[in-house]
Design a protein around this ligand. Sequence first.
Ligand SMILES: [Fe+2]
Ligand SMILES: [Fe+2]
Length: 289
Amino acid sequence: MESLNENEIAPLSSLDVWEDDVLKRYPEDGTKKAKEEFRNYDSPENDSVREFYRLNHKYQTYDNVLAKKANFLKFDKKEMPWWDAMDYLNTLVDDSDPDTSLDQLQHLLQTAEAIRADGHPDWFVLTGFIHDLGKVLCLFGEPQWNVVGDTFPVGCKFSDKIVFPEFFAANPDNDDERFNTKYGVYTHQCGLDNIHMSWGHDEYLYHITKDYLPEPALYMIRYHSFYSQHRENAYDHLLNAHDKEMFKWVDKFNPYDLYSKSPKPPVVAELKPYYEDLIAKYLPETVKL
Ligand SMILES: [Fe+2]
Ligand SMILES: [Fe+2]
């Protein structure tokens, strides 16, 4: 890959700009707006989202994913207690407006508290609390398009149900006959476990937690940004029956991620003992990043 300039590393003023855009795409009232409708105004934020997806779709190749896995799945960057890692994630400061935006820890606590308020099992609450920890990738110098954004399979044809599908024209895999057919390197309903997803915070945290959490939690973590499947069913030809069963959990999780944001920040000190206990119940003392 050619070396990246500053704008290619961080086109968004904040990672939240991506999430706000997802929220506009899938509003809570369920009305699915035509894409023309919600993109039909010019704003610097819209432009940065477009630019973000242009880069994401151009650079998320099969080879990018293999290279990122080879590097980050060594987990040789940092090791620290889990709560310290959550604090570390919170050092991710960006240019967003401090009066209106929540920090990473606040989003995670709001997601988890909404899950807890609905009486779900404690591992589900814990999943809500840690689901975005993989965004520490940004702190290791990864460009935003290798950390957030809708995720999708690489190694086969990019679906036109993925947001901004036109930008895949610049992806070299799009012209590579190994990768540009419906199945590419995969087979009919071979199962998601046999598929490489685009690289990002979801896949990274899945590998960090895979030996410790129940399987539904792992599906929520690994596929929470796979909107073209959990909202659009674009890859039914690759999922197996077990994936389909497990995606009920991904569907259950997604509204908490998208719709739990409230302007009232949670009081971290009050909640910390409860979450420290949950961490101790399921996870090892330290996390290797
Ligand atoms: Fe996320
Ligand atoms: Fe999230």
